[in-house]
Design a protein around this ligand. Structure first.
Ligand SMILES: Cc1cc2nc3c(=O)[nH]c(=O)nc-3n(C[C@H](O)[C@H](O)[C@H](O)COP(=O)(O)OP(=O)(O)OC[C@H]3O[C@@H](n4cnc5c(N)ncnc54)[C@H](O)[C@@H]3O)c2cc1C
Length: 433
């Protein structure tokens, strides 16, 4: 039986988090905003404002809770992380201040699991100390959802690997000290067996950012998701992360948790939208009536509340399933959440914009970036269609084809069987009518 109970210790921590986020982090979002500020850890914002706040989070025992105590975290399960991320999701800087910002959190997880002691010391430690940013380079211009299109190669040359190719949407690469790069090391086998991962310091010669791609209405040429060329970039052989040819197995380690964490934060954003809608409905009048008194406004609020409850419980259930059986066995639940996330967010944000009218779609409210983010959620980490496919395949595994030509719910056959079973009683029953 699923159990989402919050124990008193966690409850205490969540209350502290809620107050800390409201009192300390919301204003950082307002004053500094923007993704670039999140990842540029050499800025005065980081040294003067964010690091002292991170210290408070550490003292409170809430730093990088997704990591095990061995790596400075709390070893929290996904249900505990769900409650935390719901609070952090209401802000942009929250995850960084609590040591769980993507892609660093997922990168830390895979280095913790697959890294050698030397790799952990050099790459993991500063990452989990929050001193550096990292990047994860998998997508290529010609192939994102379909890895069989990947052309990026790594070729062995003595004690080194030589990396050659293009990566697209290499998020936060401009600020990263290192990137985890996926490269085909054996083109003679399936890409799923012939791709390896490398830890690549970004100061290596040959790494050239071609242009900085942005999202949505960001000005062209400015953004945090560049196209990058790796032109004969050399790394020592021991910069391979995990076993050769196992990149996709390793990638699964980071993606499952990452998808859930995005969903958990989306619960927070949807909650924020509901707050905005309710306040607006109660504050604004039209033709002498409050918006809240109009049935179609009430419908928007009711639908949003229902969808928030459904989505929140779905996310908690997926988190609980992962805690029980692990990410691989919970891929149906994770895929379901991945599909529901953009849809729930998009519908909620659209309603919130609508209720705020021109102000809602203006750049004076936080709603347009949320709307773009809802679209991002349906593309990044794999498009919705692919996750629906995964989900449907998993669901279908629990079923068998019908025996014979007719569906098992076909009424004439079912009724004939039922009537045969009760033939005697039926005859007497009908005679008495
Ligand atoms: C904001 C953002 C940040 C990102 N950060 C990173 C990052 O840090 N590192 C990284 O490596 N990548 C990153 N990505 C890239 C992301 O992982 C890819 O966009 C994603 O895998 C989809 O690949 P694609 O964009 O090439 O789309 P495509 O593979 O070209 O797919 C385009 C569309 O085709 C359809 N489609 C594709 N496959 C199927 C299918 N099997 N069945 C049905 N329809 C299908 C879908 O409609 C899909 O949306 C990021 C993307 C975004 C938007």
């Amino acid at each position: 039986m699923a159990d989402f109970a919050i124990d008193p210790t966690l409850q205490d921590q969540l209350e502290w988090m809620r107050a800390f986020v409201d009192d300390e982090i919301v204003e950082i979002d307002l004053a500094f905003g923007g993704e670039e500020a999140v990842y540029n850890k050499k800025s005065v914002l980081w040294s003067e404002v964010l690091r002292p706040l991170q210290e408070k989070v550490r003292e409170r025992g809430l730093w990088s809770c997704h990591l095990t105590p061995e790596f400075g975290g709390q070893g929290y399960g996904q249900v505990q992380l769900a409650y935390m991320n719901e609070i952090l999701g209401r802000t942009t800087f929250g995850p960084s201040i609590f040591g769980c910002q993507a892609p660093d959190s997922g990168n830390a997880e895979i280095i913790a699991e697959y890294g050698t002691p030397e790799q952990k010391e050099r790459y993991l430690q500063p990452l989990i100390d929050g001193m550096i940013s990292s990047s994860y380079n998998m997508t290529e211009p010609q192939g994102g959802a379909d890895p069989s299109q990947f052309r990026f190669r790594a070729t062995r040359d003595g004690d080194e690997w030589v990396l050659q190719g293009e990566k697209f949407y290499a998020s936060s690469l401009p600020y990263a000290e290192f990137a985890i790069v996926m490269a085909v090391t054996d083109p003679t086998v399936s890409v799923y067996k012939g791709t390896s991962m490398f830890l690549v310091p970004t100061d290596r010669p040959g790494i050239n950012i071609v242009r900085r791609t942005g999202v949505g209405t960001e000005p062209e040429g400015r953004g945090n998701h560049p196209l990058v060329h790796y032109d004969d970039v050399r790394v020592p052989a021991d910069n391979m992360l995990g076993p050769e040819g196992q990149a996709f197995v390793i990638a699964q380690t980071r993606l499952g948790g990452g998808r859930l964490h995005h969903a958990m934060r989306t619960v927070g954003v949807v909650g924020r939208c509901l707050d905005m809608m309710a306040e607006r409905a109660l504050s604004r009048t039209t033709r002498g009536e409050s918006l809240a008194s109009l049935q179609m406004t009430q419908e928007k609020i009711a639908d949003t509340w229902i969808e928030l409850q459904q989505f929140r419980l779905q996310v908690l259930h997926a988190a609980w399933t992962v805690d029980q059986v692990g990410g691989h066995a919970a891929r149906k639940e994770i895929a379901g959440v991945k599909v529901a996330t953009p849809r729930t967010l998009r519908e909620t944000v659209l309603r919130t914009i609508q209720l705020h009218g021109a102000l809602g779609i203006s750049n004076e409210m936080p709603l347009s970036p949320m709307l773009i983010n809802s679209v991002v959620m349906g593309i990044a980490d794999g498009p919705t269609e692919v996750h629906k496919q995964t989900l449907a395949r998993q669901v279908l595994k629990g079923y068998q084809p019908a025996e014979g030509d007719w569906p098992s719910e076909h009424l004439p056959y079912r009724r004939a069987d039922a009537k045969a079973r009760y033939a005697d009683v039926l005859e007497r029953h009908l005679a008495n009518l």
